[in-house]
Design a protein around this ligand. Structure first.
Ligand SMILES: Cc1cc2nc3c(=O)[nH]c(=O)nc-3n(C[C@H](O)[C@H](O)[C@H](O)COP(=O)(O)OP(=O)(O)OC[C@H]3O[C@@H](n4cnc5c(N)ncnc54)[C@H](O)[C@@H]3O)c2cc1C
Length: 386
């Protein structure tokens, strides 16, 4: 930590991924002393599919047209026009996206987002700052660094530290529920036959229906290829995601010839996805949780960059309400939980029900793909998945 950095702030954001960066951007005019901490030094990798959902860009654009324009200039990236969905029986449907959306490696996207914070806010950014513990009392929140140096204090702490959040573990401990968790693996490839930069592809597989395999072009001829499933089904089927993905790429009737001459650029690596779909507390005295730390990933599609950004922005609004009223207690901050439930949670609950409905019915999925080619059904589906 730089010697000049203060030890006391109004707000401390733990984690500089999409949730933390969006919260810092949304606090830019608040006049509050904000610190944004991350254990990594950016640019850093984040295991992800790298598809930046349209609503993520829309939320940042609502904050500022400049943020949007600067993000749209990001390189490398592949602008997505269409998604191709392949059913277990090989039937396919295509979705034409209405909101502008792109895929770009998180290493670049998150770095770019953090640079927006650097350029457009007076946030104190502390990289290489791993948090070991967080606690709150009647007077302040205290953040303890892993290196044993002096703790930081603030009136409010916002946990944006992802799927293995220290903030969530310390401030709102609850057991991991495999029904509301997913795991996924990914690797970068080059030279896959038949890809097109503007089309993301999803393959639904009979044996692994509560999940899918994806191919997302991310620019420069590179594709992010991954495979994920709900954790209870991984445990029930003893599925090794890495081996299964490599095996599928070698034997699936469409994928095998397309991958025959492809070059795998990186090892297959995995990470957890804490799913939304059931209302749960995400705040308490002097703290709020955002993004993956608040378990806000869409259970049907597996995206969470949009909900991380949206919840970060909602948290910033709550932070400003707290300072305006000088109220930091559990009852007052609960307005944040209600807003997240209203704006994000309800959609996630619908997605969760759909995911569970389809999970054991391959024939419904196959039939659904045929019906989905009808223009009216297509329109309805598009509305449903955003
Ligand atoms: C395999 C996979 C594929 C996915 N594909 C997609 C996709 O294509 N599109 C999509 O929208 N979503 C996808 N997701 C979900 C998406 O990655 C997350 O929802 C999103 O990153 C959440 O953002 P966040 O800011 O909450 O957390 P993160 O992006 O995880 O950021 C958390 C930050 O906190 C920091 N941190 C963690 N612990 C500490 C600590 N103790 N001290 C200090 N800092 C800490 C980390 O270094 C990190 O920078 C995928 C997830 C996985 C695992």
């Amino acid at each position: 930590m730089p010697h000049s950095a203060p030890l006391s702030y109004d707000v401390i954001l733990i984690g500089a991924g999409p949730a933390g960066a969006a919260c810092a951007l949304a606090l830019r005019h608040s006049g509050l002393r904000v610190a944004l901490l991350d254990k990594a030094r950016f640019p850093r990798d984040k295991v992800c599919g790298d598809a930046i959902p349209g609503p993520a860009l829309k939320a940042l654009r609502k904050l500022s047209e400049t943020f949007y324009e600067e993000l749209r200039a990001l390189q490398p990236r592949a602008d997505t026009q269409t998604s191709r969905l392949v059913a277990p029986d090989g039937g396919e449907a295509r979705v034409q996206w209405q909101l502008p959306t792109f895929s770009s490696p998180r290493q670049h996207f998150d770095h770019h987002l953090l640079n927006l914070v650097r350029r457009h806010t007076s946030t104190v950014i502390l990289e290489n700052y791993a948090v070991r513990d967080v606690h709150t009392d009647a007077h302040h929140a205290t953040v303890l660094p892993a290196d044993g140096s002096a703790p930081l204090t603030a009136a409010l702490v916002i946990g944006c530290d992802g799927a293995n959040s220290v903030a969530a573990r310390k401030l709102l401990p609850r057991p991991v529920d495999r029904n509301y968790n997913c795991a996924a693996v990914r690797a970068y490839y080059r030279g896959i036959q038949g890809t097109d930069e503007q089309t993301t592809e999803f393959f639904f597989l009979k044996e692994y229906l509560a999940g899918y395999l994806w191919i997302f072009p991310v620019g420069d001829g590179t594709c992010n290829v991954g495979f994920g499933m709900v954790s209870d089904q991984i445990a029930a089927g003893q599925v090794n995601l890495r081996d299964t993905m490599l095996e599928l790429l070698g034997r699936h009737p469409e994928l095998a010839p397309r991958f025959a001459r492809a070059e795998q650029l990186t090892p297959v690596v995995g990470f957890g996805l804490p799913l939304g779909g059931t209302p749960r507390p995400i705040s308490g005295p002097r703290f709020l949780l955002c993004g993956d730390a608040a378990s806000l990933i869409d259970p049907l599609q597996g995206h969470g960059i949009d909900t991380a950004i949206e919840s970060g922005i909602l948290a910033a609004a709550q932070v400003q309400r707290c300072f305006a009223k000088q109220e930091f207690g559990a009852a007052f901050v609960q307005q944040y939980d209600r807003e997240v439930e209203e704006n994000i949670g309800r959609k996630l609950t619908r997605s969760y029900r759909l995911m569970r409905f389809f999970a054991d019915k391959p024939w419904v999925v196959n039939a659904g793909f045929r019906v989905a080619r009808q223009p009216l059904v297509k329109k309805w589906l598009l509305k449903l998945v955003g």
